[in-house]
Ligand binder design. Structure first.
Ligand code: SF4
Ligand code: SF4
Length: 510
C-alpha cells in the first residue's frame, strides 16, 4: 500500500516548490507536460491525467519551483493573463491542493512488505507455464536474442518426457483452478510438431481427468504452419502471434533461413493458409537499425490481412550489436509516431474504424499500488527449456546465470524470490522517485538483465516516458472523439479523465 502524506493546508507552502530544487528520493507530487497542441497534468498520487490550459500550466510550472504563495505573487506580477483568469487558476490550484495535488506518494516498499508478497506469490497455485518446444530455429533472424544472449549450448528439441513432466507439474500445482495455460515457444516451436502434438493430447487428457480447461498460445514464424497445426489452432482457439518483419525486401534481409535463403515466401504462404481458416491473426514485426517508415509497415500488414499489428524494436542488453536500435532510431520512432502514426490512428477512430496498430495504453493504472513484481517472470511466464531447465521467461532461455531450477524438481522458490529482491534493489533508486511509477511499474527485467545474473539500472526510461505521454494524448483525443462521434471502439473512459479539468478551467476562463 502506498503511504500517503496527505498535504495539510498549512504545509502546502512549505512543501511545494522543493521538487526541482533538491535531489530527493521522493517522486514529484505532479508532473506537467506538453504534447502536440495540448498540455497535461498528471497527479502522481491520484494517478490521473488531466488536460489543462495555458494559464493553469504556467501556474503549475511556477509551483514546481516556488512555494505556492511566492508562485501566486510571481503569477500575478507577470501579468500574462487577465486578473480574472489568474484568480480562477489560483483558486483552482488551491482547491486541488486541498484535495491532494501536492501529496507525495511513497513508492518504496519495506522488507516486510516485500517478503509478504513473495510468500503469497510462491504459495499460491500455479496455472501457467511456457514450453520452449525447440531451442533451435529454421531462420537466423539477425536480431534474435536466442542466439545473441544465451551462453549455454543449444538444447535442440524438447522430448515428450520433458513435456510430460512439465504438464504433469502444472496440473499438480494448479490447485482448484479450473483453467491452466500453456504457451508454446521457441526458437521455432513448429520444428517440434511431434512434441506439440503430444503436449496438446496429454494436456487434454489431464484436463478431462481433472475437470479443467486448457488455454494454449503460441508464437511462430509461420513458415511451418500446416493443416494439422492450423486444425489445433482452430480447435483449441490458440492465442497466436506470428512473426513477420515486413515486405520481402525487409523480411528477407532480417530473417534469412539458416542457410542464407529468403524466408518471406514460406512465411507468407503459411500465414495465408492460416488466415483462410482463422480471421484473427496478430503479427509481431521487429524493427532493427535503421528503423523503416512505420506507416508503410502498417499499411503492408493491413493489406496482408492481419487483424492486429505489433511493432517491436531491437534492443539487446547482453550483447549489443549493429542491428540494435540506436538513440537516433528511437528519436525517429518518436517523430514518426507524432507526425504520422497518431494522426493516422485518430483519423481511423474518427471514421469509426479500429486502428490495427494501437500501442497506446487503453487503460491507465488508477492505483499507485507498490507491487514488487513487474510481470510474470519466475511465475506465469516461467519457461521450460528443451532440456527441462527453468527460466524466468522465454527471453532468458539458455542464459546459465538465470536458471531457476529444473522441471523434475519444480522451480527453486528461493531463486525466484531472490530474482525479485535483486530486481527491486536494482531499480528502487530510480523508480521510487519517478513520476511514472504507477503507470510503468519498473522496467522489463530481461531488458536490464546482465549475463552474470545481476540487474543493471533501468535503461529505457526516456522511451517509457514518451510512450506514456503519447498514450495520454491519444486517449484524450479519443475521449473528445467519442463525445461527438459514435465509434466501434469500446471506450473505458475511467482511466484518463483529461476533460474534467479542462472543462473546469475553460469554464472559469470564459
Ligand atoms: S523504469 Fe524508468 S520510467 Fe519506469 S518507473 Fe522506473 S525510472 Fe520510471
Ligand atoms: S516483461 Fe520482460 S522479463 Fe517480464 S515476461 Fe516480459 S520479456 Fe520476460
Amino acid at each position: 500500500m502506498v503511504n500517503k502524506q496527505i498535504a495539510q493546508e498549512d504545509d502546502i507552502n512549505s512543501r511545494v516548490g522543493i521538487y526541482d530544487r533538491v535531489i530527493t528520493k521522493q517522486p514529484p507530487p505532479y508532473y506537467i507536460f506538453e504534447y502536440l497542441d495540448e498540455k497535461f497534468l498528471y497527479d502522481t498520487s491520484a494517478c490521473r491525467f488531466f488536460c489543462i490550459d495555458d494559464p493553469m500550466f504556467h501556474f503549475l510550472e511556477l509551483c514546481r519551483v516556488y512555494p505556492i504563495d511566492r508562485a501566486r505573487n510571481i503569477f500575478q506580477k507577470e501579468g500574462l493573463f487577465s486578473f480574472e483568469i489568474a484568480e480562477s487558476v489560483e483558486n483552482e490550484v488551491t482547491i486541488l491542493a486541498k484535495q491532494g495535488l501536492f501529496t507525495v506518494p511513497n513508492y518504496s516498499i519495506s522488507t516486510e512488505q516485500m517478503e509478504r508478497q513473495l510468500e503469497q506469490r510462491y504459495t499460491a497455485p500455479w496455472t501457467k507455464l511456457e514450453l520452449a518446444l525447440s531451442e533451435t530455429c529454421n531462420l537466423a533472424c539477425k536480431y534474435c536474442y536466442c542466439s545473441t544472449c544465451r551462453d549455454m549450448p543449444n538444447q535442440g528439441l524438447m522430448s515428450e518426457t520433458v513435456a510430460r513432466q512439465a504438464i504433469t507439474w502444472l496440473f499438480a500445482m494448479s490447485g482448484k483452478n479450473k483453467n491452466v495455460s500453456i504457451t508454446f515457444f521457441g526458437g521455432e516451436p513448429l520444428l517440434n510438431k511431434s512434441t506439440l502434438r503430444f503436449a496438446i493430447e496429454y494436456s487434454q487428457r489431464l484436463a478431462k481427468l481433472h475437470g479443467k480447461k486448457v488455454f494454449y498460445s503460441m508464437t511462430t514464424n509461420g513458415t511451418m504452419l500446416d493443416d494439422e497445426v492450423i486444425r489445433f489452432i482452430k480447435r483449441y482457439n490458440f492465442g497466436l502471434m506470428v512473426s513477420l518483419d515486413g515486405p520481402p525486401e525487409i523480411h528477407n534481409r532480417q530473417c534469412p533461413t539458416r542457410d542464407g535463403q529468403d524466408s518471406f515466401d514460406a512465411a507468407a504462404a503459411g500465414i495465408k493458409r492460416l488466415m483462410a481458416r482463422r480471421r484473427s491473426v496478430t503479427v509481431r514485426c521487429t524493427m532493427t537499425h535503421p528503423v523503416p517508415r512505420m506507416l508503410d509497415l502498417i499499411h503492408f500488414f493491413e493489406d496482408f490481412g492481419f487483424t492486429r499489428i505489433v511493432l517491436g524494436r531491437t534492443v539487446n542488453p547482453v550483447n549489443p550489436s549493429s542491428v540494435d536500435c540506436t538513440a537516433e532510431d528511437f528519436q525517429e520512432i518518436d517523430r514518426q509516431e507524432r507526425e504520422e502514426i497518431i494522426p493516422w490512428a485518430l483519423n481511423k477512430l474518427a471514421i469509426g474504424e479500429t486502428p490495427k496498430y494501437f500501442p497506446y495504453a487503453k487503460e491507465f493504472n488508477t492505483e499507485p499500488n507498490v507491487s514488487p513484481f513487474k510481470c510474470g517472470a519466475c511465475r506465469g511466464t516461467t519457461t521450460v527449456g528443451a532440456d527441462g531447465c527453468l527460466y524466468p521467461c522465454h527471453r532468458f532461455v539458455g542464459m546459465r546465470a538465470w536458471q531457476i531450477g529444473n522441471i523434475s524438481d519444480g522451480p527453486n522458490y528461493e531463486k525466484c524470490k531472490q530474482f525479485w529482491r535483486d530486481y527491486r534493489s536494482a531499480i528502487a533508486g530510480n523508480c521510487e522517485s519517478c513520476w511514472l511509477w504507477a503507470q510503468c511499474k519498473g522496467p522489463c527485467p530481461w531488458e536490464i538483465a546482465q549475463a552474470d545474473g545481476t540487474f543493471s539500472k533501468p535503461q529505457y526510461c526516456d522511451l517509457i516516458e514518451k510512450h506514456t505521454i503519447r498514450s495520454a494524448y491519444v486517449n484524450h483525443e479519443r475521449q473528445k472523439l467519442s463525445a461527438v462521434i459514435p465509434t466501434k471502439v469500446s471506450h473505458k473512459s475511467q482511466f484518463v479523465n483529461c476533460d474534467d479539468k479542462k472543462n473546469v478551467t475553460k469554464t472559469n476562463n470564459n
